[in-house]
Design a protein around this ligand. Structure first.
Ligand SMILES: Cc1cc2nc3c(=O)[nH]c(=O)nc-3n(C[C@H](O)[C@H](O)[C@H](O)COP(=O)(O)OP(=O)(O)OC[C@H]3O[C@@H](n4cnc5c(N)ncnc54)[C@H](O)[C@@H]3O)c2cc1C
Length: 474
């Protein structure tokens, strides 16, 4: 019997793939009183039709990991629950930046790259010209911060406004600390190998053209992914909110004999010569296969006594706190420019990371629904321990200033998510390699999955569970 620790989306997915692979029902233990982890949808107290997403809200349907999530949705019978945003929708086209309290739409097309769009003082295409005209002449690097890399190749404005804001939007982190391999691994390798990103892209394209289809495995697509491609989905969510995914997954698992327990905290793990014993609420359970989807700092503490070296690496992955403040205002025409929302470059030194325009993305009736993201890397210096009233006041002040919405919200909700997003600092991927090598070399019957290792998004978490389970079979 296999045991899965943690009932967030990666733990539930691990249980799903274990069941699918072996047809043996694993046991899953979740410390809190519900499944879904950070995926949590609430209903506004002012209107049952309005949803407040307290964590993630949209998924991307693209790439191997995006297609894998669509396959999971399809297998769970969620095809008719998907709410897509297609590529011609304003929420797909208009992504904004707030600089000096003014909103600027980022270029979303090739032609836009040739125009000067504030806050940039030159067309973005100049970044590529700059890269091409300056060969990398430094020492070979194994890793770098994403800020350094982008500034070196494409110039300060792209690093300061574009990439720093994107890093805030994706992981609430500081681009001056996050590894370039987190988002731009290929481009960094092109620089290191070919001395320029543009040159690397050019050479790779030539290579691909000459080996057309050689060794290429045809990708299999489920009906839902075919639909997503035909209809040009950009992002999507689910009817009733994203929590429908873990809810459907947990119902599916329970009705197929998987024992799912809430309020079941793993307190101790003992690796022995005949397997593993895990202690849950004082009771011991034996297993040959342990899959942990816990945050790295949790599993790190649990293995520390027997494997301090492994624990050191797990405990060295930092996490940040994020405050999520949802607002509902009467009237669906309060925003001057529809879009996905805006991000705030950290150099602006505002108390918010960005604002998502939920009611532009999904139907919220006659309401404007917004989510303000705050804190992340800067949580402590801006908010100390975090006081809900203070967070609310700072959030609404920015909405008034930047969006010019002066009316009182009909409803709002403040959630402080402690240690919710892992930070992939410089050296992260080497650390993960060390962690995996240590587990292999010591033949520890432990598989790790979740957002701490190879991608911080929902698609990454689900895919990591699939990879972990497949590696058990191997
Ligand atoms: C504010 C915010 C917005 C986000 N937006 C997006 C988005 O729009 N799109 C996207 O793709 N991703 C987004 N993400 C990322 C996404 O939420 C995560 O990738 C995903 O939820 C991680 O799931 P997980 O199962 O790995 O971890 P978790 O959700 O953290 O699950 C881990 C589970 O383990 C349990 N646990 C902890 N300790 C123990 C123990 N000792 N014993 C048993 N159980 C334990 C926890 O209670 C928890 O339920 C966002 C994240 C945040 C915080």
């Amino acid at each position: 019997m296999s045991i899965v620790l943690g009932g967030g989306i990666s733990g539930l997915s691990a249980a799903y793939y274990l069941l699918k692979q072996s047809n043996h029902a694993p046991k899953l233990f979740e410390a809190s009183s519900r499944f879904g982890g950070w995926i949590k949808t609430e209903v506004s107290p002012a209107d049952q039709k309005v949803r407040f997403e307290c964590g993630p809200r949209t998924l991307r349907p693209k790439g191997v990991k995006g297609l894998n999530t669509l396959e999971l949705c399809s297998e769970l019978g969620l095809n008719n629950d998907i709410v897509p945003i297609t590529s011609n929708h304003p929420a797909a086209k208009n992504r904004l930046l707030s600089v000096k309290n003014e909103l600027h739409v980022l270029p979303a097309s090739i032609t836009g790259m040739f125009r000067t769009v504030p806050p940039f003082t030159k067309p973005l295409i100049y970044g590529l010209v700059r890269d091409f005209s300056r060969s990398y002449a430094g020492q070979p690097l194994n890793d770098d911060t994403i800020y350094n890399f982008v500034e070196r190749r494409f110039g300060t404005e792209i690093a300061k406004y574009l990439v720093s804001s994107m890093i805030c939007g994706i992981c609430a982190g500081d681009a001056k600390e996050i590894s370039v391999k987190f988002l731009l691994k290929d481009l960094f390798e092109y620089e290191q190998e070919h001395k320029s990103v543009v040159m690397g892209i050019y050479k790779k394209t030539l290579e691909r053209m000459s080996n057309k289809n050689a060794g290429k495995k045809p990708t299999e697509h489920c009906n839902l992914s075919k639909r997503s491609m035909m209809e040009l989905w950009s992002i999507y969510s689910l009817n009733d909110g994203l929590e429908k995914l873990p809810k459907t997954l947990s119902h599916h698992l329970e009705s197929n004999g998987v024992q799912l327990s809430t309020n079941a905290k793993c307190e101790h793990i003992e690796f022995g010569s005949n397997g593993v014993n895990v202690t849950i609420n004082g009771k011991g359970y034996d297993t040959d296969n342990l899959v942990s989807s816990l945050p790295a700092f949790e599993i790190g503490k649990l293995v520390q006594k027997q494997h301090p070296e492994l624990a050191d690496d797990l405990l060295a992955i930092p996490y940040v706190d994020v405050a999520v403040v949802n607002f509902q205002f009467t009237g669906n025409n309060l925003l001057e420019k529809p879009g996905f929302g805006f991000l705030v470059p950290p150099a602006e030194d505002l108390p918010i990371l960005g604002v998502i325009y939920d009611s532009c993305c999904f139907d919220m009736g006659e309401n404007t629904v917004l989510t303000v993201m705050m804190g992340g890397k800067w949580f402590r210096e801006r908010f100390g321990n975090g006081d809900e009233q203070d967070l609310y006041e700072k959030a609404i002040e920015q909405i008034r200033k930047i969006l010019n919405i002066q009316q009182k919200p009909d409803a709002f909700k403040v959630n402080i998510l402690r240690q919710c997003i892992p930070q992939y600092l410089v050296g992260h991927f080497e650390r993960i390699e060390r962690i995996n090598n240590y587990i292999d070399q010591h033949k520890i019957p432990l598989k790790l999955c979740g957002s701490a290792y190879d991608g911080v998004g929902v698609n990454d978490a689900i895919y990591s569970a699939k990879v972990a389970v497949e590696s058990i079979a191997r």
